[in-house]
Design a protein around this ligand. Structure first.
Ligand code: ADP
Ligand code: MG
Length: 305
């Protein structure tokens, strides 16, 4: 039923989504195993070992007049968690788009376990990657089917497990239909935080070798965010993980933090080490601490946005 039902529902949805927002690539991208602008000519048998990700001298621009990545070098060691921070527009999300091969770099290469990703079939590449985007889009379908999209053969026990881990229990319990509640455009209107938690639950179900979180907790209040970060830490253990974060409080525990600026990585190290360097990261940290205190004085933490 699920298999048959989804595509029909899905096409209408995709069409409407396209009309509504031609610009938002991540949305489409998350939903479809979409043929993108790049060529799927990969033939190499993919030998996934630990899932080490390497950007080697990668340059990229969307437009001729503006270089987003400039000979960027970045490695995420297999099974480790790397956080990438930096100002808005620094190119953080671009890293994930290139990794999924939504675009190919103008120069340099991206490798997984030493294999250039443009030599891998797209389906194989994307099966090894999972992503929680900034802005999650749900199918106009039940919560259950929205989760099963990540892994159609998941059992009810597994579904329940990820629902709990992603702090969705209260949402499910609030509605008599439980996880059969219809969400998405014509269903229940969910808050940004709830949608993000569903995306996180999908990731928890899929458990790909390489996990990408792009400001995945940006719509959550700080209490829920802590809970979700715990869940993310738990499931990402042993998986190569890239966490793109705006709120630095969420990256403190990463194995390493990389600061992006001017299309490159300008600093890299643990939270403690970067603070002691008193460079870019330390300045960002101080600015956010200050801002946080200020917000607390202005208004106490509200619930989900
Ligand atoms: P970040 O995630 O760090 O905020 P992005 O990687 O999304 O930054 O974007 C980096 C730069 O590229 C920004 O200046 C942004 O405006 C630009 N950009 C992003 N997507 C596109 C696009 N599809 N077309 C043109 N420019 C884009
Ligand atoms: Mg971004």
């Amino acid at each position: 039923m699920f298999q048959l039902f989804l595509p029909l529902n899905f096409l209408g949805f995709v069409y409407r989504e396209l009309k509504a927002s031609m610009a938002n690539i991540e949305r489409m991208f998350e939903l479809l195993d979409e043929q993108s602008a790049v060529k799927d000519e990969g033939t190499a048998a993919f030998n996934l070992k630990g899932g080490e990700v390497t950007f080697r001298q990668v340059s990229f621009s969307y437009r001729d007049d503006y270089q987003v990545l400039d000979q960027l070098d970045l490695t995420i060691p297999a099974g480790k968690t790397l956080a990438v921070v930096g100002g808005s527009g620094a190119g953080k999300s671009t890293l994930t788009r290139l990794l999924f091969r939504f675009y190919d770099p103008a120069a340099g290469e991206i490798l997984i376990d030493g294999q250039p990703i443009d030599q891998l079939p797209q389906a194989v590449l994307r099966a090894s990657l999972g992503m929680v985007p900034q802005d999650t889009v749900l199918f106009n379908d039940t919560l259950k089917n929205n989760l099963l999209y990540a892994r159609p053969d998941a059992s009810d026990e597994e579904l329940q497990q990820v629902i709990t881990m992603a702090h969705l229990d209260s949402l499910v319990q609030r509605h008599t239909d439980g996880w059969h509640i219809v969400v998405g455009e014509r269903g229940l209107k969910l808050s940004g935080g709830e949608k993000q938690r569903i995306a996180i639950a999908r990731m928890l179900l899929k458990r790909p070798a390489i996990m990408l979180f792009d400001e995945a907790t940006s719509s959550l209040d700080s209490h829920t965010e802590r809970g979700i970060m715990d869940a993310i830490r738990q499931v990402s253990k042993g998986h190569t993980t890239l966490i793109i974060a705006h709120r630095l409080s969420t990256v403190v525990d990463a194995d390493e933090i990389a600061v992006m600026d001017g299309g490159r990585i300008v600093e890299r190290g643990s939270h403690v080490r970067l603070l002691s360097q008193q460079g870019r990261y330390a300045a960002l940290w101080q600015a956010q601490q200050h801002q946080h205190q200020h917000q607390h004085q202005q208004q106490p933490d509200s619930g989900d946005v």
